[in-house]
Design a protein around this ligand. Sequence first.
Ligand code: KG4
Ligand code: ZN
Length: 360
Amino acid sequence: MLVLGIETSCDETACAIVQDDGPAAADPARRIVSHSLFSQLREHAPYGGVVPEIASRAHIEHLDGLIAECLHRAGLKLQDVDAIAATAGPGLIGGVMVGLTTAKTLAYAAQKPLIAVNHLEGHALSVRLSDDVPFPYLLLLVSGGHCQFLIVEDIGRYRRLGTTIDDAAGEAFDKTAKMLGLGYPGGPAIEKLAARGDAARFNLPRPLKGKPGCDFSFSGLKTAVRLALESCGDAPTEQDKADLAAGFQAAVMDVILDRAKHAIAAFDAQHGASGKHFVVAGGVAANKALRAGLVALSEKNGMRFTAPPMNLCTDNGAMIAWAGLERARRGMIDSLDAPARARWPLDPGAEARPFAGAKA
Ligand code: KG4
Ligand code: ZN
């Protein structure tokens, strides 16, 4: 089975063709027949964040060409693919509409099935593209737009254990980087600067640490960084900034590891943690300190830590094509009037009980 997947929910215009080709362990790369990605980083960099209108326009400009390039590189014609998948949400609605409408048009023209993929499901299943990870597994999704723990029970069956009540972790990295005068995206810049800093110099808070549940909160930490920076006077030195970057990163790691302990306990109560996989995905998963902490925590709990390769952790077309393939294999096809959605929780019960852990 060959599936074309399209991703346009944020600031990457991406597409890929994946195939179902035996166990991943044999050669994970073989499953990705071809992929193309246009990163809009340069378009958004001057604004220190993603500008929705600019993103939609850039998706319109680049998507057709990327799809043609992807098919050409694979030596395929549109008729050769078995299904067409696209992110249908959640995300910036203008961008989602560009990708989904393009997919619908191609599906109609070529008379192929359409799969409207939840972007979060794309992240959740991407590890099954690179590794043969069986259900159920525990997933920490940490990106610029999301910060949540999910139990991945099966395709289409997700249980959200906790989420952020304000900013996503990546967003906190980006906002802190902006305050420190570093470029966008902030995560890599903060990680680099933190290596030269003293994490203990500033006493920064660890929001929700020690509280029950697995929810996150980062806005108080952001405010504390701002106040600490102001305390350095009008012209903070490079060392001031490095110490703040190190302190901020250490606080985020502390919080994530504390929340992860609770998530593992919740997963253990339902499925038994021993021998199961702890999976991390999303751009923040690139952070080496976070990875090291999560590897140690997983081992301590008898879990197997697994992360997709970095190019599958951040937004990409292959994860959408793969989620489409997993759905298509089970006959989970969508109609051509599938809606584009700005909000679309993976766990339908999650909306009804938002932030339950935070109040506890
Ligand atoms: O998954 P992603 O590429 O895009 C979405 O948000 O969906 O994640 C991007 C986020 C940005 O906020 C970026 O600052 C963060 O991931 N990030 C990092 C690192 N590399 C990227 N955060 C911390 N440490 C890093 N090394
Ligand atoms: Zn994403």
